[in-house]
Design a protein around this ligand. Structure first.
Ligand code: SF4
Length: 215
């Protein structure tokens, strides 16, 4: 059974055949979700719960098979599939998920307790239109303290990206810490332009020293 939420015609809980049913079958099949709402375009989907790295339409023909989904850069996880259409504000969607996991932290591990909160605060600033280019780099730096090394992500033909397979390394005891980072990493990797569109452009004003201390 998988639970589908988001921008499909018929969200709900569906019985699929492991290893056979594809994400395309689930999202577009008439016996399942019946396609994207209002005839909109699919932008991204989360294949296995809020902590799973995101997929884009390139991955629609993958079947529900853990090994294949892992090789493609994500996981089947809880079986909760979240669908986002082309109207989705990607940084805001990532913030919603990250905020949840930051709130869930029990506080035992520093990278999760501090890192999750940092991710939420920095991302909030960006979503509110008050972020800078340095904030985007810092999101990845904070994430690397929770999950050092390459973090899994999907391939994208449009971006010329190869998939990085699941799993990731982690500095925390449980998966809550990495779960706060997964949406940030996916969104920034696959939709960086949407973050850049929200950040404040700061121009440097050159200061010219006047000879002889003249004002
Ligand atoms: S990773 Fe798990 S154990 Fe560590 S602080 Fe977060 S919720 Fe607690």
């Amino acid at each position: 059974m998988v639970a589908v939420s988001g921008h499909v015609q018929r969200p709900g809980v569906y019985e699929i055949v492991n290893g056979t049913t594809t994400f395309r079958d689930l999202i577009y099949g008439q016996e399942f979700c019946g396609g994207i709402r209002n005839g909109n375009q699919l932008k991204a989907f989360v294949p296995g719960g809020g902590s799973a790295p995101w997929f884009v339409p390139d991955q629609l023909d993958l079947p529900f098979e853990g090994r294949l989904v892992g090789a493609a850069g994500s996981m089947l996880g809880s079986g909760a599939v979240m669908v986002m259409d082309h109207t989705t504000d990607i940084p805001a969607a990532a913030l919603t998920l990250t905020r949840f996991y930051a709130h869930e932290s029990c506080g035992k591990c520093v990278p999760c307790r501090e890192g999750g909160t940092w991710l939420e605060r920095i991302l909030s600033r960006v979503v509110d239109g008050k972020g800078t280019e340095a904030d985007l780099d810092q999101l990845l730096e904070v994430g690397a303290m929770i999950c050092p090394g390459a973090f899994p992500h999907a391939s994208s033909e449009e971006l010329g990206l190869e998939a990085v397979p699941f799993p990731y390394k982690m500095t925390t005891i449980c998966f809550v810490g990495p779960s706060a980072y997964a949406p940030v990493h996916s969104a920034l990797t696959l939709f960086r332009a949407e973050f850049e569109a929200k950040i404040v452009k700061r121009t440097m004003i050159p200061v010219t020293a006047m000879a002889g201390g003249e004002q």
